[in-house]
Design a binder for this molecule. Structure first.
Ligand code: F3S
Length: 397
């Protein structure tokens, strides 16, 4: 990979140990993927935050980097942590876990990374322009950035997004190159999609077929970004999809299918039914219900408040967002309405990255295909995905 004189000096350690370490990682990745050069990035979204996921080795890694004086050069935000920073006891998280989690978030903050602790950074100020280069980890956010903004980011891992943030650059390969953003599979949507969950479940079904190829959706008539956010999360969970195009909805869709698609998929009512069935592991009496994967926006919390208003939950119901959104929801009265029902609004974490395995839950229901997918594959619970209206009926019966 070609390096400028300045980049060579950084690789030789002239800008300190942290930059040298980061350059080594980026050049190794660049060489693996045959990148021609490094490109400057506008922002980073950094995963590898939950203590459950990174453990003591990860804590040591970020603490060492912070101690070595590592500082990010671009606007950088953080993925969810393993517990709510204030209400960890209510979640059933133990003190040792919470204290290590605090140390991790503080180490990132010492590197000048905004401790947003959310997988929806685009809801709270980390947004992008078309064709800006980014280094984002968190697969659902990556799909959103590429597809919705038309920005360019690969599916980074925690260490590579952190290295890119420290250097301010990322290797130019994959989604940073126009030719890799073309649509490969045409999805003709004939099913009537009504809720965010319908979109999420369709995304999960299609992701399982297309793998890492870029799909182009035609005939889809999403009304709000929430529906595409839910669909993108589903696509990324079951496949390695980094982006999608939606005719009439996303910025690069017009030119996405300039060639003949490799494949065509029809998605009608029958496929929608099959997609729901694939995410139903036969949960009859769920131990817990989870909403907010990806993290709820303020309008998402308004929707949930409307549905829970005046009701009482009989099953533990957890709603996930981040501190910034929750503060706004507190002011608007949404949190109070939701929590009056007995449901809890937790911040800066989620069901999947919190230590649920130690909390005794064996089964869960959710309105998110991503949460359903990972609660079984990553956390070992039985899960069932259902629309928000059905979930509310289930937990308030
Ligand atoms: Fe976010 Fe957790 Fe889902 S990080 S996308 S809420 S699995």
């Amino acid at each position: 990979m070609y390096l400028t004189k300045e980049e060579e000096r950084a690789l030789d350690g002239e800008h300190g140990e942290a930059v040298e370490k980061s350059m080594k990682l980026l050049t190794a990745i660049g060489d693996i993927y045959n990148a021609r050069k490094l490109v400057p990035i506008k922002s980073a979204q950094i995963a590898g935050v939950s203590y459950k996921n990174i453990g003591d080795a990860g804590l040591e890694y970020v603490r060492d980097l912070a101690d070595q004086g590592a500082r990010v050069r671009v606007f950088s935000t953080l993925n969810p942590a393993g517990n709510d920073p204030e209400r960890w006891q209510e979640m059933g998280v133990d003190e040792a876990f919470a204290s290590k989690q605090k140390e991790i978030v503080e180490a990132y903050a010492r590197m000048d990374i905004l401790p947003t602790c959310t997988c929806s950074p685009y809801e709270i100020s980390n947004i992008a322009m078309k064709w800006e280069h980014l280094a984002w980890s968190e697969s659902s956010a990556v799909v959103f950035a590429n597809s919705f903004f038309g920005a360019c980011t690969n599916r980074e891992g925690g260490p590579s997004s952190l290295a890119a943030a420290i250097v301010g650059k990322t290797p130019e390969y994959g989604m940073h190159l126009n030719e890799n953003r073309a649509g490969k599979v045409l999805v003709n949507v004939n099913a009537k999609l009504e809720s965010g969950t319908d979109y999420a479940v369709m995304g999960h079904y299609i992701g399982g077929i297309v793998g890492s190829r870029v799909p182009v959706f035609a005939g889809m008539d999403a009304q709000i970004p929430y529906q595409l956010k839910m669909m993108g999360a589903g696509l990324a969970a079951s496949g390695g999809v980094p982006m999608f195009h939606a005719v009439g909805l996303t910025p690069e869709a017009d030119t996405a299918l300039s060639g003949k698609p490799e494949d065509k998929i029809a998605f009608g009512e029958e496929e929608l039914k099959q997609a729901y069935e694939a995410l139903d592991q036969g949960v009859e009496e769920p131990d817990i219900a989870c909403i907010g994967c990806p993290h709820c926006s303020v309008t998402g919390l308004a929707r949930i408040a409307k549905q829970l208003k005046g009701k009482e939950v009989s099953t533990p119901t957890w709603v996930f967002t981040n501190t910034a959104i929750k503060k706004l929801a507190d002011r608007a009265g949404y949190t109070k309405t939701i929590e009056k029902s007995g449901a809890k609004v937790f911040c800066d974490t989620c069901f999947i990255v919190s230590p649920v395995e130690k909390m005794g839950y064996k089964s869960m229901i959710t309105n998110s295909s991503k949460a359903g997918h990972y609660s079984s594959s990553f956390c070992g619970l039985k899960s069932k995905v259902m629309k928000l209206t059905d979930l509310v009926k289930e937990v308030t019966k």
